[in-house]
Design a protein around this ligand. Structure first.
Ligand code: COA
Length: 330
């Protein structure tokens, strides 16, 4: 495990209570910049609550990328055919790269990479609910690649227009790559949905398993979302949880139905006002999962701990001052 904590207001290191009491003039100037659509950059003054919220959100996003590589990663050796294998390897590598970009963005706010990884491994920091579930069949990989990447794009395209420069720039790059992931997931999904009866059954069963986690993905309903109001005011979140969920349903339910597949919700329909109605997913299950009781949480963290421990020598070697580095001569 790493050591290290994080500081709120580099380089002042003022006491926390003092940092949290904001100067009203600075706060007003900051909010005026946000209202004008300006980007906030790492060296700019920002309220400590803005910094804290961004760290929480970007760090959770980064953890989700590296943990999210695991369920699909287990399918690399079993992907059907050489081309699907190549595409999956590339995708899994991209996801780890997204984690790197996002950890870099979070580090600009003053929390060290070491502290973030520690908080993931100790269970203090969350990662996305969807990566708590197993990928039981190849069809699960197709559903993840198509629908979870699609859900992530809905979220990330919106937030890429937000107020914090380093996060927005990371999201822009991530969205390009995610669009490619979505295409590979869509392609695998269509192949199964239009394939043999056994393939169609396999993709239908995967869809049934993943539907509720996907509905949970956008976060709790707006009326119970604890952070949305402030984050939307500060343009960190550019759409509410329910709006993002509705946008996703609008874009992808017709595509699923067109393929002759069904969704495991008898109440799912678009009403006259253009809003999607659905059965409320089980929010107790959601909170159990994100608070550490997800079916694969223990396994996911065990793999990450193994990676941390077995990669320690590499980090140590890289961190040595250059005059102490010795390279083997051939
Ligand atoms: N998975 C895990 N936890 C989630 C979640 C999800 N899908 N959706 C919400 N939560 C958690 C929040 O982190 C928060 O917990 P906390 O206070 O302990 O941190 C709690 O549920 C209440 O939710 P809410 O107030 O709505 O959180 P939020 O304003 O942060 O919105 C997201 C949730 C996911 C929309 C937001 O965090 C976000 O856009 N994150 C960046 C994108 C991302 O992480 N994508 C995942 C991987 S691609």
């Amino acid at each position: 495990m790493y050591g290290g904590g994080y500081i709120y207001d580099e380089p002042n290191k003022r006491p926390l209570a003092e940092q949290l009491a904001e100067d009203p003039d600075k706060l007003a100037a900051f909010e005026a910049r946000i209202a004008k659509g300006e980007k906030i950059e790492p060296g700019d003054w920002m309220p400590s609550e803005y910094r804290r919220q961004l760290i929480r959100l970007i760090e959770q996003h980064a953890h989700s990328e590296i943990i999210g590589a695991l369920p699909e990663g287990t399918w690399i050796t079993r992907a059907p055919g050489f081309k699907r294998k190549l595409a999956l390897i590339a995708k899994v590598q991209d996801e780890i790269g997204h984690g790197q970009l996002l950890y870099n963005a979070a580090e600009t706010l003053g929390k060290s990479r070491e502290a973030m990884i520690n908080d993931l491994l100790s269970g203090k920091s969350k990662y996305s609910n969807v990566f708590n579930y197993p990928a039981e069949t190849w069809a699960d990989v197709a559903v993840i690649g198509f629908l979870i990447d699609a859900a992530a794009i809905v979220n990330q395209v919106a937030n890429a227009k937000g107020s914090y420069g380093p996060y927005c720039r990371a999201l822009e790059r991530i969205c390009y790559e995610e669009s490619f992931h979505l295409k590979q997931g869509h392609d695998a999904f269509i192949e199964l949905a239009t394939g043999t009866p056994a393939q169609k059954t396999m993709v239908q069963e995967a869809l049934n398993r993943w539907w509720q986690p996907i509905m949970h993905f956008f976060g709790p309903p707006d009326k119970t979302s604890s952070h949305s109001e402030k984050l939307m005011q500060w343009k960190v979140k550019m759409a509410s949880n329910d709006d993002m969920r509705n946008q996703f349903l609008d874009m992808y339910v017709p595509k699923i139905w067109e393929l002759g597949l069904s969704l495991p919700d008898p109440l799912l329909r678009k009403n006259e006002a253009g809003k999607w109605e659905y059965t409320d997913p089980d929010w107790d299950e959601f909170f159990r999962v994100i608070n550490g009781e997800g079916p694969c949480n223990e396994e996911r963290l065990r793999v990450r701990k193994w990676a941390e421990e077995n990669g320690r020598w590499v980090r140590k070697a890289l961190m040595q001052p250059s005059d102490k580095k010795s390279f083997p001569v051939a």
